[in-house]
Design a protein around this ligand. Structure first.
Ligand code: FEO
Length: 170
């Protein structure tokens, strides 16, 4: 049985994953309308992954006899200056998600809930990949700057990153 503290921590994480999914969906839609189809595909996939992260938490809480809360969400930002802004936001957002996951892991240790601690290790590993991927994209865009040709190639080449955005076994 989950303690109230762990249940609340997991429900907060559900909200963050759901908000992330919505956030990336808004970015995907913007990229598609701006003609960045490669980036749009990458972000639609990323949005789907965040939804999977959310559902894993919902089901885990329910399997442990708790009560998962499906949250109401605020409308995400939908206007962006350029791709650099989008990927900067993603990197900052993923760093925030990692720190929130670490808080859940801390709560598991203080409550001696080793089952949830074990479950959360999947998220710890996932964040390592997500942060590294986000940082990689930010670094590339820094090099490209305002160069239109570079932006075109970035949009074309990001397709290759879509499968590796998903960790094995998902
Ligand atoms: Fe599910 Fe990108 O954190």
């Amino acid at each position: 049985m989950l303690s109230k503290k762990i249940q609340n921590a997991l429900n907060n994480q559900i909200e963050l994953e759901a908000a992330s999914s919505n956030y990336y969906l808004a970015m995907a839609s913007w990229a598609e309308s701006e003609g960045f189809n490669g980036v749009a595909n990458f972000l639609y996939t990323h949005s789907d992954e965040e939804r999977i992260h959310m559902i894993k938490l919902v089901r885990f809480i329910n399997e442990r006899g708790g009560k998962a809360v499906v949250p109401a969400l605020k409308e995400p930002i939908s206007k962006f200056k350029n791709l650099t802004e989008i990927f900067d936001i993603i990197l900052k957002h993923e760093i925030l998600v990692t720190s929130e996951i670490n808080k859940v892991v801390d709560a598991c240790l203080s409550e001696k809930d080793y089952t949830t601690h074990n479950f959360m290790q999947w998220y710890v590993a996932e964040q390592l990949e997500e942060e590294s991927l986000a940082k990689n994209n930010v670094d590339k865009l820094r090099l490209i700057g305002d160069d239109k040709g570079g932006m075109y190639l970035f949009d074309r080449d990001i397709a290759a990153l879509i499968p590796t955005a998903t960790p094995k076994g998902k």
